[in-house]
Design a protein around this ligand. Sequence first.
Ligand code: CA
Length: 138
Amino acid sequence: MKIILSLISLIFLISIPIASADIVGKVTYVVDGDTVDINQTRIRFSLVDTPERGEAGYKEAKDFVKSLCLGKSAYVNLDDEQPRKSFGRVIGVITCDNRNVNEMLIINNLAKIRTEYCSVSEFYDESWANPCQECKRK
Ligand SMILES: [Ca+2]
């Protein structure tokens, strides 16, 4: 009985981190600092904006995401308040190696919050999206 109970709680504990996973898979390609591919699906990171190719900080952000995600298992929580597809991409929060990559990019000063999307994002009240809370108060 004890073994069964601990097995049940173990399964429960394991399932918590991926409770909100809409897409699960291995990151097969890093497009840039805020876009990756999981198999055939292109994922655009919700609310974060990293420098474009040719801009300062582009390589740093891309290399950071590569080191966190490339070839590793990841899961995506799709942004329920944004259209599921934007230019053929889905939008969400990505977790690689059990770390919230959207949050890590902001914490490490490699990305900015796209405040123009705060009002259409499920994640506007997450702590890493702090500038969004300023917007909502206006
Ligand atoms: Ca969601």
